[in-house]
Design a protein around this ligand. Structure first.
Ligand SMILES: Nc1ncnc2c1ncn2[C@@H]1O[C@H](COP(=O)(O)OP(=O)(O)OP(=O)(O)O)[C@@H](O)[C@H]1O
Length: 291
């Protein structure tokens, strides 16, 4: 199944469709193509039809991949997954070392080996690499698609600047393993990735993508905006103030807030929630990867 989002990124998938079908056909694949028609269409297609296929090949950005994986997680068969990144940031592709060149990515699927990968669940939803709340998390889904199509990654940066004045603090109770943390936070991310929002990098030697654990990053509130700037600069240099930033690993985490908090999954808006239970479903998806 070749499923592609014609509206993702700079619309590369649409423009290269014939060449992709030709390449897979030359390598003895019998392809059925599904261009997504609307948001979340990929979830339905995959959930209903995946069991008739040996492999799903997803062409799109992080949002489309999230939909394909959500569909796969809701059906019983073990179907392989290949990913050809054609979105704006393609964070997960960076973590998985998948080429941004669509022919190289397609060839890597054809010549690939199976790699089991951890998926996350947040209440009844799934995410492939990030669940986040707070500062900057609105940026990917409030940036207009036309703007993303035209200027790509820079559009997220420009949109981010607009949100700098809207940073809110949340009082949270965080329960995981045998620890309980209660404090005020401006940002939190629960990730299975070395790349966050296209610019923040975690050390790739420390992040294992199928160990059953997430990396958790929490930034405490501060009354001084300069503090927040210093924290973000420290994170960019991977040298942060440990009193202001909490970093740990866990497979299960419960976060409770007094007010509704907007959550973002894989860069898409996931609605507002007072309580979330986040669980690592280890080795639940099989990617075909060359490296
Ligand atoms: N035919 C369509 N028309 C409009 N939107 C669509 C269509 N098909 C899919 N979508 C939606 O397009 C949105 C953006 O897709 P996607 O996230 O894959 O690309 P992106 O935002 O450019 O890249 P990234 O998430 O990597 O930054 C998704 O929310 C998806 O549901």
């Amino acid at each position: 199944m070749l499923i592609f989002n014609p509206k993702a990124g700079k619309m590369q998938a649409k423009n290269n469709l014939f060449t992709l079908i030709d390449l897979f056909t030359k390598n003895n694949y019998e392809i059925t193509t599904f261009p997504t028609q609307y948001s979340r269409h990929a979830v339905t297609i995959v959930k209903e039809k995946a069991s008739h296929f040996d492999i799903i090949i997803c062409c799109g950005g992080d949002g489309t991949l999230n939909e394909v994986v959500s569909g796969l997680m809701q059906q019983p068969s073990k179907v392989l997954l290949g990913y050809i990144p054609t979105g704006t940031t393609n964070d997960l592709a960076t973590s998985l070392n998948i080429s941004k060149d669509i022919y190289e990515a397609a060839n890597d699927i054809i010549n690939g080996k199976a790699y089991l990968y951890d998926i996350g669940s947040l209440n009844d939803k799934f995410f492939t690499y990030i669940a986040a709340f707070g500062a900057f998390t609105k940026v990917p889904y409030t940036t207009p698609q036309k703007f993303k199509n035209a200027v790509g990654r820079l559009s997220y940066f420009l949109e981010g600047v607009k949100h700098l004045t809207e940073i809110k603090s949340y009082h949270l109770k965080i329960e995981c393993d045998d620890q309980v943390i209660e404090d005020d936070f401006v940002f939190g991310s629960i990730t299975n990735s070395t790349s966050i929002a296209g610019f923040l990098k975690l050390n790739s030697d420390d992040v294992i993508l199928n160990d059953g654990l997430f990396e958790v990053l929490l930034i405490k509130s501060s009354n001084n905006p300069i503090d927040l700037t210093n924290i973000v600069m420290g994170l960019l240099k991977q040298n942060y103030d440990k009193k202001k930033v909490l970093f740990f690993r866990t497979g299960n985490i419960k976060i409770t807030s007094l007010v509704e908090i907007p959550w973002c999954l894989d860069g898409e808006n996931s609605g507002e929630k007072k309580q979330v239970q986040i669980t690592n479903i280890t080795k639940s998806i099989t990617f075909m990867l060359n490296k």
